[in-house]
Design a protein around this ligand. Structure first.
Ligand SMILES: [Ca+2]
Ligand SMILES: [Ca+2]
Ligand SMILES: [Ca+2]
Length: 550
């Protein structure tokens, strides 16, 4: 959190300084996006402790620091200290790329003790798609001040809750280490090179760029376009709403209207009877009369304020069987939640003020889903942010102001516990529609007793997809790009007649356009990192990845 805040403050500082100079602004956004990317990469396996983010958190009286390897001062290692206070001392790290024990069965590491006694090391995996699993190793006495390489084999793991030996599968986000679990032994130990056999990848990378606008509402006509939006007003839980919420949704222009270039969704303290149920607050919930498969949604919004306010920008499967949704009224309601899939682009009110969250609800994890991530913003009630979701056949990436904060990958293993033929972790190959609503109370907390009304403002909604020509791999093979990686010049060799070349950042930001002289591109001004080159020939498009290394 501290590091995230430091980067945030640095960005704000730099942006203020260079606000007048748009090239420099662009350059620094790019540079800092790359910095953020590096910070994120570092919370992945393998953990070599060379980066300050390779930090474990001690609990029950344990503490962690980074120190130099006593045998090699240029190597950083993790120092794990138990003070012996309790028998359950341990250490954990939350990873931003899951450990996948379906594909990788072994976790290897190097261990060093300062004392010559026998020790046990337990590696436990938590926050997973399956139950917690653990593997124990015993280090024989007499092995002090020597690095030992250990292998933890999860094809023969113990399921923590049952004690059964199982071949572990699934993905896990949290790695926990216990040294001498079950006894009150103090001691200091070193670890290095904790690995699941994978190499670091860039979790911020968008795998597909969606840039063709297919549906939007700019809210610039002072009228709520009911050709685009449906008011969902029939309560879905006994005439009320989910999550213990305390509002009714109406189609009244008191609760939703368009003015000053913005959609306003207004929650008010007002008692009404609807569907035979009385509620003390009114608000609105809009469904898009547009649904799509794969693409990008950008929503620029300013959030309401007050304890117990719960605005959300999200999507549901067009096939959801839920009374009163637009698509149900059109005859598409075949599939119950969560099998229809839900993508929460932005929710506010589930965590502290100014902390927004993104989440996925699927058959494999719903309700209190493990597939979620929070991000702290600044003054969300007075600041517009662009909340985005980039949904490809392989991953769903969440961005705020064009910066990735969470990526959900399609699970590697197909599970179908409810036998409906749909991957329990990925019901996302079918159309979804957009919802924008402003709930009150329930799991977001009791509304402030002084609350009278507040507004969710939406400046625009834009949905992008990709022209079908974009996925033509054969067409892409007609262009040779070299050298790649490059430092200052990209050469392009082709028989095709190029019309335009664009360069995008890994988060889909257009950085450079070229409309003549396509033999080469000077990228001397670019910082190191991964970029997309989009080559346009008539209606056809080829996309190439390029790496710039300075
Ligand atoms: Ca190291
Ligand atoms: Ca299923
Ligand atoms: Ca607008």
């Amino acid at each position: 959190m501290v590091i995230v805040l430091v980067i945030l403050f640095l960005k704000i500082f730099i942006l203020l300084i260079f606000m007048q100079n748009s090239f420099m602004k662009q350059f620094y956004i790019l540079a800092f996006s790359f910095l953020s990317t590096l910070a994120c990469i570092s919370q992945q396996m393998p953990i070599d402790f060379e980066n300050s983010n390779h930090t474990f958190y001690g609990f029950s009286g344990s503490d962690f620091t980074q120190v130099n390897d006593p045998n090699n001062t240029s190597n950083k290692v993790g120092q794990f200290n138990n003070n012996g206070a309790t028998a359950d001392q341990g250490f954990y790290i939350d990873l931003n790329r899951d450990i996948d024990v379906t594909n990788t069965k072994e976790i290897t590491l190097s261990f060093y003790a300062f004392d010559p006694n026998q020790h046990t090391i337990l590696i436990k995996l938590e926050n997973g798609t399956n139950a917690d699993v653990e593997v124990l190793q015993t280090i024989a006495s007499g092995n002090a001040t020597n690095w030992q390489n250990l292998t933890f084999d999860f094809s023969s793991a113990k399921e923590t809750s049952t004690g059964n030996t199982i071949n572990a599968t699934g993905t896990y986000r949290k790695l926990v280490i216990f040294i001498d679990l079950g006894v009150t032994t103090s001691g200091t130990y070193l670890f290095d090179n904790i690995s699941d056999g994978t190499t670091p990848t860039d979790p911020n990378e968008l795998d597909v760029i969606y840039d063709q606008l297919v549906w939007s509402d700019e809210f610039d006509n002072n009228i709520l376009d009911t050709g685009k939006w449906h008011h969902q007003t029939i309560g879905i839980v006994n005439g009320g709403w989910a999550n213990g919420e305390v509002q009714h949704y109406t189609n009244s222009s008191e609760n939703s209207f368009v003015v000053n270039d913005n959609l306003h969704i207004v929650a008010k303290r007002k008692t009404i009877m609807q569907n035979g149920v009385s509620r003390d607050f009114t608000s609105a919930r809009l469904n898009s009369k547009y649904a799509f498969t794969y693409g990008r949604i950008d929503v620029k919004a300013k959030l309401p304020e007050g304890e117990g306010t719960f605005p959300a920008i999200w999507t549901l499967g067009k096939n959801i069987s839920e009374t009163g949704t637009f698509w149900e009224t059109q005859g598409f309601g075949t599939t119950p939640w969560p099998d229809c899939g839900e993508i929460d682009i932005m929710e506010h009110g589930l965590h502290a003020k100014d902390v927004v969250s993104s989440a996925l609800h699927t058959r494999s994890s719903f309700g209190g889903t493990v597939n979620t991530k929070t991000k702290m913003l600044s003054d969300v009630a007075n600041t517009y942010y662009v909340f985005s979701m980039n949904w490809s056949p392989n991953q769903i990436t969440f961005l705020i102001d064009n910066e990735v904060h969470y990526t959900y990958k399609k699970p590697a293993n197909f599970t179908d516990v409810n036998s409906d033929g749909i991957n329990d972790g990925w019901p996302f190959d079918e159309p979804q529609f957009l919802l924008i609503n402003f709930a009150m109370g329930g799991i977001s907390g009791t509304p402030d007793p002084n609350f009278t009304e507040s507004s969710l403002l939406v400046d625009y909604v834009r949905i992008y997809q990709q022209s079908s020509a974009n996925v033509d791999d054969f067409f892409g093979s007609k262009f040779s790009i070299y050298p790649n990686p490059t430092s200052d010049l990209i050469n392009i060799k082709t028989e095709e007649h190029i019309d335009k070349i664009e360069i995008y950042s890994i988060i889909g930001k257009l950085l450079h356009t070229k409309e003549t002289n396509f033999q080469n591109i000077n990228i001397g001004n670019f910082t190191s990192g991964l970029y997309f080159l989009k080559i346009q020939v008539g209606q056809k498009v080829a996309t190439k990845k390029i790496i710039i290394r300075k």
